[in-house]
Design a protein around this ligand. Structure first.
Ligand code: PEP
Length: 263
């Protein structure tokens, strides 16, 4: 499992799923499922990343029922306010008690043409608002064949961290594009190799303390049946989970990886 001083982080990227009523029901059910299973909050940080329209409802529920899940958004604007129709600003998310924001997800890179420059600007926007960016990097199947596993994720991370101060908190998510939603996860060894390399990049750019403290997650077809293998690796500190994060029992089982398998 991840190094002793880094709290494991299991983050659920709901993508464009669950309206605000479904979101409230889901979070309640997940909370009860973990309670029923005797899960100790604090051993693992649980993050939920709903669509923008759900965030206020989820925030209200977490607050009212004292549920210790962290809240995050799936995107933010590079701007803090102004004439940018349809955009959502970092300060608005911070006001809703969002702690994290996903930046550079492969779906944004692919369907919204977000290049490394936009990703870097969004990282800056998140940090300006006091949000922790969850910086997603990963290679396509084509990149893997042409350049090996690490080259593209390393270049993407270097670009995203450009101008980031040494003391800033970030989370890095290694998400090979070929593994996202495909059912074909990387092997724990593949994830470990790239996560260790990415930690090295954090160390080089932000210093050794940041390298030791930064959570590096694996993402791509994570399920209850494979999470333990990833979490046994020393440089994998958690998972960014897509499809399985909106299935209550499956996501609860992923969060409880320490219990249902010997780690
Ligand atoms: C993701 O979209 O971040 C992801 C990892 O998806 P999935 O778990 O469905 O592969």
């Amino acid at each position: 499992m991840g190094a002793v001083n880094r709290t494991p982080f299991i983050a659920g990227n709901w993508k464009m799923n669950l309206d605000h009523l479904q979101a409230v029901a889901f979070v309640q059910k997940l909370h009860w499922a973990l309670k029923d299973a005797g899960h100790e909050a604090g051993t693992v940080e649980v993050g939920v990343f709903p669509p923008f329209t759900d965030i206020r409802s989820v925030q209200t529920l977490l607050d009212a029922d004292k549920i210790e899940f962290s809240l995050g958004a799936q995107d933010l604007s590079v701007h803090d306010s102004g004439a940018y129709t349809g955009e959502v600003a970092g300060p608005f998310l911070a006001k809703l008690d969002a702690k994290y924001v996903i930046i550079g997800h492969s779906e944004r890179r692919e369907y919204h043409a977000e290049g490394d420059d936009v990703v870097a600007a969004k990282v800056q926007a998140a940090l300006r608002s006091g949000l922790i960016p969850v910086i997603c990097v990963g290679e396509t199947a084509d990149d893997l064949e042409k350049h090996g596993a690490s080259a593209v994720p390393v270049a993407q991370l270097r670009a995203a961290l450009d101008g980031v101060a040494a003391g800033a908190e970030v989370v890095v998510a290694y998400e090979p594009v070929w593994a996202i939603g495909s059912g074909q996860a990387a092997t724990p060894q593949q994830a470990q190799d790239v996560c260790a390399t990415l930690r090295g990049v954090v160390g080089e750019l932000l210093g050794p303390d940041a390298a030791a403290a930064t959570r590096v997650l694996y993402g791509g077809s994570v399920k209850s049946g494979n999470i333990a293998g990833f979490m046994r690796e020393p440089d994998v500190d958690g998972a960014l989970v897509g499809g399985a994060s909106i299935l209550v029992d499956e996501f609860a089982a992923i969060i409880r990886y320490q219990k249902h398998v010997g780690v």
